[in-house]
Design a protein around this ligand. Structure first.
Ligand code: P6P
Length: 330
């Protein structure tokens, strides 16, 4: 019988030496929230949770009912446990403080509760992205400054992919590990230990309908990708329109995802704090690289919670080529 390793067992056996029980327990809390969101997502066509909630979020984007559910379940599972000093979510304009009646913890949780949620109604994979930092000081109850940390200060990050199966993939700085939800057991079981991005990359992901909006360097890079660049075999185009799904495929099979700055998104579309930086930490742990086209995503210090960034992420060779061509063609 194959070794059955639950995520709880794996976290305990592999928790970083600095981690007290709180860090491990926080990962459990996220896994529990993931199960709750997965249960709703699997039934999205059957219960009244499809469709728009009739509200817009801080981004001005129409909120999906599942967006709101995912955001609330994460916040409610994590706000009273004494493990966090502060939270930040794509669905909240301001930081989410820990209610005064509860003990303050030592960690910061930043998250996008349901990325790609516009795909829910057409049964395309969606995902949750999260990052974990240490609180910066003990004199305060958790402040905006605790959230505005660069990716190179992350101590954990991961995503949950609600797809043909539900997967939780995370890193705490000792490699990237994937767990698949067994719906019969209701447990995340180890299915992808120590994921490394394969070389050479096989896929490129980008929304080429925006080509006219791209800078000269990005256009040259996009052509280089589409013509296979100098890699063998030539790359194939794959674009799901759901960041976590595109990222996950490229992580497992090799490839690069790009969402550059462009006329309709002059700073890029994706969010630095709770999308690009957590995925950058993961891709670097898996042997890849993430850039904004000029510099490592991991080094960018956020100035605002919902700051956008251009994103090139995947095989190091493919991402570095973006930096070379963009620099050579300003
Ligand atoms: P576009 C989904 O709305 C999202 O934030 C990411 O999940 C995805 O990669 C991107 O936007 C798709 O954007 O402009 O190509 O539809």
């Amino acid at each position: 019988m194959e070794r059955i390793v639950t995520i709880e067992r794996f976290i305990l056996d592999n928790q970083p030496e600095y981690a007290a029980g709180d860090f491990t327990a926080l990962l459990y809390d996220i896994a529990l929230a993931a199960k709750a969101i997965a249960a709703k997502t699997l039934r999205a066509g059957l219960v009244d949770i499809l469709g728009q909630a009739g509200s817009t979020n801080v981004q001005g984007e129409a909120q999906q009912k599942l967006d709101i559910y995912a955001d609330q379940i994460i916040a409610k599972l994590c706000d009273h446990t004494g493990r966090l000093c502060i939270m930040a979510s794509e669905e909240h304009e301001e930081i989410i403080t820990i209610p005064s009646g509860y003990q303050k913890g030592r960690y910061v949780l930043v998250y996008d509760p349901l990325d790609g949620s516009s795909n829910i109604d057409v049964n395309v994979s969606t995902g949750t992205i999260f990052g974990i930092y240490r609180c910066l000081d003990w004199d305060h109850r958790g402040r905006l400054e605790d959230c505005l940390q660069p990716g190179n200060k992350l101590i954990g990050s991961g995503y949950i992919l609600y797809g043909t199966s539900t997967m939780l993939v995370y890193t705490t700085g000792s490699g990237v590990h994937g767990f698949t939800l067994d719906p019969d057991l209701g447990e995340f079981l180890l299915s992808h230990e120590n994921i490394r991005i394969p070389e050479p990359g096989r896929y490129f992901s980008g929304n080429y309908s925006y080509q006219d909006y791209w800078t000269k360097g990005v256009k040259i890079y996009a052509d280089w990708l589409a013509k296979g660049g100098e890699v063998e075999p030539p790359l194939s185009g794959r674009y799901i329109g759901s960041l976590v799904a595109d990222f996950h495929r490229n992580l497992l099979l090799g490839g690069v995802f790009m969402y550059p700055a462009q006329n309709n998104y002059p700073e890029g579309k994706l969010r630095l704090l709770y999308e690009a930086a957590p995925l950058a930490y993961m891709i670097e742990q898996a042997g890849g690289y993430a850039s904004d086209g000029r510099r490592p995503i991991m080094n960018i210090v956020p100035e605002k919670l919902h700051q956008r960034t251009p994103l090139f992420i995947g095989n190091r060779r493919l991402v570095e080529e973006a930096e070379i061509l963009i620099a050579a063609n300003p």
